[in-house]
Design a protein around this ligand. Sequence first.
Ligand SMILES: [Zn+2]
Length: 145
Amino acid sequence: MKRSNRSWAWVPWLLPVAVVGALALAATLLANPPRHLVAVVLGALLVVTLGWIVASVLWPARADRRCPGCGNDSVERADVEAAHGLVCHACGWHDEASSAWILAEDDGLPLEGMVLEQRKAPAQGVDGADGVARGSNVDTRPADA
Ligand SMILES: [Zn+2]
């Protein structure tokens, strides 16, 4: 990875200056409150909120399919019938425990069937592969009576 020759180490030193500047601005505003400050602040909040909504509608979020192993955009769901498990078809990287829910949503297929199938399946513990529930509070020892 190529790094820039320009050093940004001085940037954190601006924080104390910004804090002192904010305190001075607050003191000035409290000493001489502008007449329309509330309207300006509420208007700015409204503009920012509406701008966020418009940007979210026009440029919706997409699933990140970048592989942590090779960096290609080739990560897909390991099982099209499940909402967990990711696999990279470029390098073979896989993670069975990762959530694939956002990829399932991004694929645009109906998710109701997958959710209902997972509800029908017998409950499994966190470790799950052997079907033995773990962390349960149910006492499974035989009764002494
Ligand atoms: Zn990969």
